[in-house]
Design a binder for this molecule. Sequence first.
Ligand code: ADP
Ligand code: MG
Length: 308
Amino acid sequence: MDSVLSLHKIKKNYGPVKALDEITFDVPKGAVFGILGPNGSGKTTLLSIVMDIVKATQGDFYWNGEKGSSAAMRRQIGTLLETPNFYHYLNAVKNLKIAAAIKEKDKGQIDEVLQKVNLYQRRFSKFNTYSLGMKQRLAIASTLLGNPDILVFDEPTNGLDPAGIAEIRDLIKALSREGKTIIMASHILDEVEKVCTHVAIIQNGVLKTSGSIGEVLNATTADAISSIEIEIGATDLAALQAVLQNFPEMIKQEMQSKSILIQVPAEVLPATINRFCFDNGIVLNQLQVKQKSLESRFLEITDRKSDR
Ligand code: ADP
Ligand code: MG
């Protein structure tokens, strides 16, 4: 696997506070990688460590296989870790000129990055006339100066209204389509599910799980729930229920008003259940696998016995 970022047992203590405990995961090239966890779980600390703002107590990290974060490496990464200071009475172009000068980035790209974040039409409006969503898009424009391949965003939609949130999410997806690798912290499950290709879930500084969204949702590792729920129906529900009682791998079945909800090991194929019922004289008129949402996985994972 081509890893853009590799974390190896990253630990951070703030005095007695264990902010991060042996965090290990890899961010594949081209991913939109969500670091998901409730407030205080260590997301900002983790991003600050890989950007060399905070020093890890223990552990190593690698950017593109290179240990640590050299100044040269950091120049290839666009970061948004805290609200940038823009001048309220200056327009977007002037603000980005100042940002480019401070970051020693090419001023020739200002129009281009403003187009990317969809602020080009408003480029000569003063910053203080912008909505919160526009302000955040300008902040993202600033991270795009120098055309970095890697972007690191800490809670990029925090504090925005629904329209502003939608704009930022669309922008992140568009940047991903350009081939950029994006690493973003978020405490919003729905956001990670909608925007990210991969996720690492952390809670109280402990990594709970990581992988592609698909892997995390359907994880069958010992630590994860390895069953699926299937809703099935037939004209004679009582007969169906009687037949299902004999299905060898049934974990649980629950009668509902117009169907039966069953829980079986994840490796059981819906076709097998269909066949089993048919062979026992029942023709199913409904068979629907309930896709687990990241939210239910997240609750399962974080409800598990605490590691500390
Ligand atoms: P998140 O970004 O997920 O909300 P943080 O990384 O900000 O989490 O914080 C993780 C934990 O570390 C919290 O318990 C927080 O109080 C603590 N923490 C963060 N920064 C400091 C600091 N500079 N000094 C002491 N404790 C800190
Ligand atoms: Mg934070």
